[in-house]
Design a protein around this ligand. Structure first.
Ligand code: ZN
Length: 114
């Protein structure tokens, strides 16, 4: 005996839970992310300056005290390579080129911060 199914599996919608937000959504395909999560999110328009993390500020302060990477690494119990990475981030955020400019930047901005 033949049973003819009128429902084509390829067109049947399935309910899945989004692998990103966990919300349930209906899909015909094999998507595992809901349509909302698939939308590209608008980038947050954040100004890059003055957004140093607490750690970066601490590090910038040590550079201002004319400490070498090695000394800073010892002080913070971090690897010298990590210090370099931090400095690179700080330079980029503040728009300075080197530790001298960073020190000048701090000197210029010191006191203006509440
Ligand atoms: Zn989602």
């Amino acid at each position: 005996m033949f049973v003819t199914s009128l429902i084509h599996p390829s067109t049947a919608t399935t309910i899945r839970s989004c692998s990103r937000c966990g919300r349930e959504f209906r899909t015909v395909g094999r998507a595992h992310i809901c349509p909302e999560c698939r939308q590209p999110k608008p980038r947050e328009a954040k100004s890059s300056t003055d957004t140093l993390s607490a750690r970066e500020k601490q590090l910038a302060g040590l550079v201002y005290q004319a400490k070498s990477n090695k000394e800073i690494a010892n002080d913070l119990h971090l690897a010298e390579g990590t210090i370099k990475e931090y400095l690179h981030t700080i330079f980029r955020k503040l728009g300075v080129k080197n530790r001298t400019e960073l020190a000048l930047w701090i000197a210029h901005h010191q006191g203006s911060a509440a």
